[in-house]
Design a protein around this ligand. Structure first.
Ligand code: ATR
Length: 274
């Protein structure tokens, strides 16, 4: 039986084992999938033990995506572009690092929600690891413009520089700004800040989300603070990041097992279990 696991800290609330067990049941693949809480600074040694004992693949979550990037012996293009790894694959004696977060977001937006991106004006809130992990994928869907707005504007500017070539290739106008500079509405607003974790809101004007589609990369049993605020500020529609979570897992499952699971029933399964 192939062994998989997710490494993170904290990890007790991770839905990944439940998601991958659902995928395995659905596709007839036999696997085991556990969660492991790893001490900060111990990622490398824990991964060494896991793979030396026959582990076939790992998911990696906060705060170890940079450690996994450094640990990987080979990188996919999208992992190299993001500078972060959320999936490790042991194949022919080599540990390859990939990043499925951006693909997960894109599949949720385009296939599940049917929210268009091509030629649309997009606002991305935040400039941390979560945003860096999805920027390449968003640009590949050719939006007309992509504004990266962050509390600390300099970090948004760094991201614009890092992804300059990808934006040129996509013919997308990408600029950075601070949160307080925003005023006009966007077609799509994606909250990639960690503010929702603490029940907080990025301080932006309500005019920014009028008639917009609003997405929060966070999720929970109840709507996040950002999505409640967007709804009461006349957003056209809202969605949380549960679909992204399941879609990034499906992409990892595909990399490991070569089978693409049907995500819709698994999204519903996880929603019901929250
Ligand atoms: P992650 O890996 O989840 O992206 P991170 O790298 O620590 O975590 O980044 C957190 C992001 O959320 C940052 O963009 C942060 O803004 P700063 O760069 O100014 O710190 C943003 N953020 C966190 N709490 C916020 C809040 N209450 N309001 C606005 N932005 C917030």
């Amino acid at each position: 039986m192939s062994r998989y696991a997710v490494f993170g800290n904290p990890i007790s609330h991770s839905q990944s084992p439940a998601i991958h067990r659902q995928f395995a049941k659905q596709t007839g693949v036999t696997l085991s999938y556990d969660r492991q809480q790893i001490d900060v600074g111990k990622f490398h040694s824990a991964a060494e033990i896991f793979f030396s004992e026959g582990g076939a693949g790992l998911n990696v979550t906060v705060p170890f995506k940079l450690d996994a990037f450094e640990y990987a012996e080979e990188l996919s293009d999208r992992a190299a572009q993001a500078g972060a790894v959320n999936t490790l694959i042991f194949n022919n004696g080599v540990i390859k690092g990939d990043n499925t977060d951006g693909e997960g977001l894109l599949r949720d937006l385009k296939h599940n929600l049917q929210w268009p991106i091509e030629q649309k004006n997009i606002l991305l809130l935040g400039a941390g690891g979560a945003v860096r992990g999805v920027l390449g994928a968003l640009l590949s869907a050719s939006p007309a413009s992509l504004i990266i707005a962050n509390r600390t504007e300099a970090k948004a500017q760094e991201l614009v520089l890092r992804f300059e070539q990808a934006a040129e290739k996509a013919k997308c106008k990408m600029v950075a700004c601070g949160l307080e500079q925003l005023s006009t509405p966007f077609d799509l607003v994606i909250n990639g800040t960690s503010a929702s974790l603490g029940g907080e809101l990025p301080p932006i004007a309500t005019s920014v989300v009028v008639d917009s589609l609003c997405y929060d990369m966070m999720y929970g049993k109840d709507p996040t603070a950002f999505l409640s605020w967007a709804k009461s500020s006349a957003a056209r529609d809202t969605a949380d990041g549960l679909g992204m979570l399941v879609e990034q897992a499906a992409e990892s499952f595909y990399l490991w097992c070569g089978v693409r699971p049907n995500t819709a029933p698994v999204i519903q399964f996880v929603r019901n279990s929250l």
